[in-house]
Design a protein. Structure first.
Length: 367
């Protein structure tokens, strides 16, 4: 799924608005549930959208100048680019808003439409702004996920490793999970059952520390028909240094948006901007709070020293994306954190670049 030119790679997500904090110095797996023993988290932060960068869609104005992609001043909707290479093996009529699974090869990491909305300290994403975002329901729990191709959604292994496949439902193209009518949703979401779960062979559930190799693939029961609000993310290069320190990413999800206890989660997709932090500095920050944290090469931290913006309960498994050569690329998967939006306790993410080769191999082996 990695493209060598003009691809966006999911590296992480962060927000710039109200703070999202949950709990104190304990392991927070950032998974939403009415039960207290599962604590998945997500870092939604919201940034102004609808800014055009030269030639490619740029959702966040700050990312345009940070990535030096040349933002224009017009607040028009961003556009995406679709390669229309015809596959003559099969032709069938499709709905006007659909992109046939067989007739077109859709490029990853691009946005076809942007409409506008928050994680702790984040903002509400616009409709279709993050078309790769998946909403995963596991019985009474929720996690995030990210679409990587027509059949597979990537998520955190800790979200699904003990679940029955029959208990997992994945929603793509979702914006308002309660369909309250307060947000314009010109296209419907789609639901999918899961027929196969592929856990990374080195995944290790750690209980009091961030999980090792916290990544899993879920195979959908039918192929995804791409449309404006359902498109894949780009996978990162097989480069352990990706994303680089201080890269700014976007985290998104439907996780908790306040620091209060009790019912968690928001019904409207949120986003937040967060910078990638060196692991040594992340350890120092936690040490200053008297927290011992084990960070390994397949992990990275992202967040702000003063907290305020972060992923939280219900955001686990969601993407942290970064702009890479003009396309949004999956850089991280929300994995853990000691509290939410707490100063010097940034979120901890699985580094997808360290397992991108494994992801591609699993997908290729099951074509």
């Amino acid at each position: 799924m990695m493209r060598s030119t003009s691809f966006l790679f999911l590296v992480g997500v962060f927000s710039l608005s109200h703070s999202w904090i949950v709990g104190g110095p304990h392991r927070n797996a950032r998974q939403d549930s009415t039960s207290s023993h599962f604590l998945p988290r997500l870092f939604p932060r919201v940034f102004p959208s609808g800014i055009n960068c030269s030639g490619t869609g740029c959702t966040l104005a700050i990312l345009c100048w940070l990535t030096r992609t040349g933002c224009q001043s017009t607040a028009a909707s961003t556009t995406s680019f679709i390669s229309t290479r015809q596959d003559h093996r099969r032709a069938e009529p499709i709905e006007s808003n659909d992109i046939s699974v067989n007739d077109y090869e859709v490029e990853c990491g691009v946005q076809k439409m942007v409409a506008q909305k928050r994680i702790i300290g984040g903002q509400t994403a616009s409709f279709g702004e993050l078309p790769w975002q998946a909403h995963i329901r596991i019985s009474g729990f929720q996690c995030g996920g990210v679409l990587v191709n027509h059949y597979y959604v990537a998520t955190a292994a800790h979200c699904v490793h003990r679940s029955k496949l029959s208990d997992i439902t994945i929603y793509l193209g979702e914006h308002d999970t309660k369909n309250t009518g307060r947000w314009m949703e010109p296209l419907p979401e789609e639901s999918f059952a899961v027929v196969e779960r592929i856990i990374h062979p080195r995944f290790k559930y750690m209980l009091t520390q961030p999980d090792r190799f916290d990544v899993a693939l879920l195979r959908l029961h039918r192929p995804v028909r791409y449309k404006a609000n359902i498109l894949p993310i780009c996978l990162p290069p097989d480069d352990p240094t990706f994303p680089t320190t201080m890269t700014v990413g976007i985290v998104s999800g439907w996780g908790k948006t306040t620091t209060s206890y009790g019912k968690t989660g928001t019904n409207v997709l949120q986003k937040v901007l967060v910078p990638v932090i060196p692991n040594d500095e992340c350890r120092r920050w936690h040490h200053q709070k008297h927290i011992r944290v084990e960070l390994h090469d397949e992990m990275f931290c992202a967040g702000h020293r003063n907290g305020l913006m972060d992923a939280c309960l219900g955001d686990s498994g969601g993407p942290l994306i970064v702009m890479n050569e003009g396309r949004w690329t999956l850089a991280g998967i929300t994995s853990a954190g000691f509290g939410c939006a707490v100063d010097r306790q940034p979120g901890i993410y699985h580094k997808v670049a360290t397992t991108a080769r494994w992801i591609r191999a699993q997908i290729s082996a099951r074509k």
